[in-house]
Design a protein around this ligand. Structure first.
Ligand code: KG4
Ligand code: ZN
Length: 331
């Protein structure tokens, strides 16, 4: 491909459009955060889909303008096909179909999880395979072995909540706003991470992990302490809770490095912003790559990067492309 790709990402609550050049240069990366779900304490699928409809065209215009190009300059349109909220995904898919139909362009369907992995391939300093990749966000948590740009092998995944979801639910129990990860991290700075011992999902074999236990343990601790003591020990609870999640992720990452014999580790997803997680990962002794934060959280540039290594949908079936809610396995 010698012309830039317009990429769209609407799998959850961020309306994203980006332009990526053929060499992996990110020429623009627009994220319209909907900011309307906070009051509900989580993403409301119907509201997300409706907001995508309103925001997608301005986001595309913005992405093209910031890249200094027009529709005439595009070589292809890429879009997240799944996994995600189907109603939300369909807005991106339908928009992409409309553009390729009107412009006679190829359509490239991208898997959202592949896009998180491909965030590592941005120019000018791509982190090349082979490496182990830990993706931890509000929607997914998994460890993958990446041997080539165009695929990955899942080594382990969460059996229940995603790590970010665990952060959000714990934060909610402690009375913090949504999304709770950053708030919980801030509160935890004033607390003692060893004050409470919360489970790390040690009973889960291999490289899978589980955050149901830590969540329930926090709930019981809060119940046992009662409202007054909980209030007094909020920071200790937050610090101990965060420690359990970070420890679980870092342990699995260390084990994956050991099993694969690969000395290289990339991390992505919104939880990669977490300071204690970064510190623990940095101490593992591997060569670590963390893409800039705007490429770790949901964005369309990563979809454009994945598109560079993905074959276009056959032209005859492009307009029949459907979105999918879950992958072969819920990660
Ligand atoms: O990748 P992302 O922006 O969206 C999803 O695909 O879900 O990830 C958002 C998740 C939320 O659960 C949020 O609480 C979490 O990432 N998060 C954090 C931090 N910043 C964001 N979790 C822990 N510590 C943080 N500093
Ligand atoms: Zn994501």
């Amino acid at each position: 491909m010698s012309a830039p790709v317009l990429a769209l990402e609407t799998s959850c609550d961020d309306t994203c459009a980006a332009v990526v050049g053929p060499g992996g240069e990110i020429r623009s990366n627009v994220v319209s955060s909907q900011g309307i779900h906070d009051r509900y304490g989580g993403v409301v699928p119907e509201i997300a889909a409706r907001a995508h409809l309103e925001l997608i065209n301005p986001a595309i215009d913005d992405a093209l303008r910031r890249a200094g190009i027009t529709f005439d300059d595009l070589g292809a349109v890429a879009v997240t096909q799944g996994p995600g909220l189907v109603g939300a995904l369909l807005v991106g898919v339908a928009t992409a179909k409309a553009i390729v139909a009107a412009r006679g362009l190829p359509l490239i369907a991208v898997d959202h999880l592949q896009a998180h992995v491909s965030a590592n391939f941005a120019a000018p300093a791509p982190f090349e395979p082979p490496f182990v990749c830990l993706i931890a966000s509000g929607g997914h948590s998994f460890l993958a072995r990446v041997d080539e740009r165009s695929g990955f092998e899942v080594l382990g995944a969460t059996l229940d909540d995603a790590a970010g979801e665990a952060f959000d639910k714990g934060a909610r129990m402690l009375g913090l706003p949504f999304p709770g990860g950053p708030h919980l991290e801030r509160l935890a700075r004033e607390g003692d991470p060893t004050a409470f011992t919360f489970p790390r999902g040690d009973g889960v074999p291999g490289l899978d992990c589980s955050f149901a236990g830590v969540k329930t343990s926090l709930l019981y601790a809060i119940r046992d302490l009662g409202p007054q003591e909980t209030e007094r020990r909020r920071a200790d609870l937050a610090a101990s809770y965060q420690e359990a999640i970070v420890d679980a992720l870092a342990q699995r990452a260390a084990r994956a490095l050991e099993i694969t014999g690969l000395g290289r580790l990339a991390i992505g997803g919104g939880v990669a912003a977490n300071g204690p997680l970064r510190a623990r990962i940095a101490a593992l002794g591997a060569e670590v790559h963390i893409p800039p934060m705007e490429l770790c959280t949901d964005n369309a540039a990563m979809v454009g990067l994945a598109a560079l290594d993905t074959a276009a949908v056959d032209r005859s079936s492009a307009l029949a492309l459907d979105a999918y809610a879950t992958g072969e396995r819920d990660l």
